[in-house]
Ligand binder design. Sequence first.
Ligand code: NAD
Length: 391
Amino acid sequence: MIIQPRIRGFICTTAHPDGCRANVNRQVAVVEGRGALPGSKNALVIGCSGGFGLASRIAAGFGCGAATIGVSFEREPSAKRTATAGWYNNRAFESAAAERGRYARTFDGDAFADELRARVVDAIVEDIGTIDLLVYSLAAPVRTHPRTGERFRSAIKPLGNPLAVKTLDINRGEVRDIVLEAASEAEAHATVGVMGGEDWEFWIDALLAAGALAPGFQTVAYSYLGSDLTARIYREGTLGRAKADVDRAASAITKRLADLGGRARVAVLKAIVSQASAAIPVVPLYMSILFRVMREQGSHESCIEHIDRLFRDGLYGEVLPRDEWGRLRADARELAETVQTEVKRRWDVVDTTNIGDLADFDVFQREFLEVFGFGLPGVDYERDADPLDGS
Ligand code: NAD
């Protein structure tokens, strides 16, 4: 079939196998082009199929040369329906690893479930013995608690008062004013249940109990703080409360790793276009302006460039600063005063008529489509493609 993007709201319900492969290979080339990266030998990446998790698996697998195990929640293809982009990304990752004779195994299922966790831990012990790095990069809308059965659904909302704010309709390219209702206490609690740190702790506990962690093991979970423009919907909102719980979990995990000489850290990253971030109100408009300003000021980085730098300068280097909470801060370029002052100036005046002059909405759209394997250079989108490709 000829596979075309089919966009519903803030997601694309189709994905292109050739485009996803091109996207993965392009990221592999970036990391390999930067030279070998001293670091992990055996890595587990939870949330490995897209965005920062995929980039991390690529940095570990093709920069460090690590054996990698990935966990993600993706839909496989049928003869009539494409897989999700992450499913094709996983296959492309495995092929690239196989070409280089490198171990790569992927588990698709619910990372929050104890049953999948047990299977992954068994695979580590049987196939590679131990891991020295665990990257925790989940972005999920729901979680069923594995021990209580409680079902949490996250709500991305401000806390306290409603928020009147500008946003961007990413289908129409229109800037609009909206009012976002404040979350109830139950919604805030549920968001922490999904995006907080408890599940990260459960993974570490299961791996520790199985003796699957190598001496000096380290683990990192990803977070976002962002600027004042997104503060009410992000760091001061329900998501921010969940991320504060991830900070708590990092300290708790580090204590449990003491005997191994290991540590757990949170890394604060920049904003990138991903399936998860496109769904957050306000953020697509902020990113469109931010990308333009960072490009103009020469500090823009793609997702893979950002993660490559995190690995080289942060996880396996001492260049990145740490804040008072011990978090690795890779977000300094986004938060630089020169960048934020200019973003704020444009934010105050941006509307539907001038967005093309003030922001890179076209770049946002292009990167959004690339997440699903569309618009990649060198891919023949007129080709009769097989959605089962890779299976
Ligand atoms: P993404 O949507 O690209 O990827 C999310 C991953 O989670 C996918 O691999 C998906 O399959 C997996 N996943 C979701 N539910 C799952 C489940 N139940 N079981 C197993 N896997 C599941 O997300 P992203 O934007 O790369 O975000 C990853 C992390 O980085 C998040 O913690 C996010 O808060 C953080 N972060 C993102 C940004 C950004 O701008 N995108 C910025 C800073 C930090």
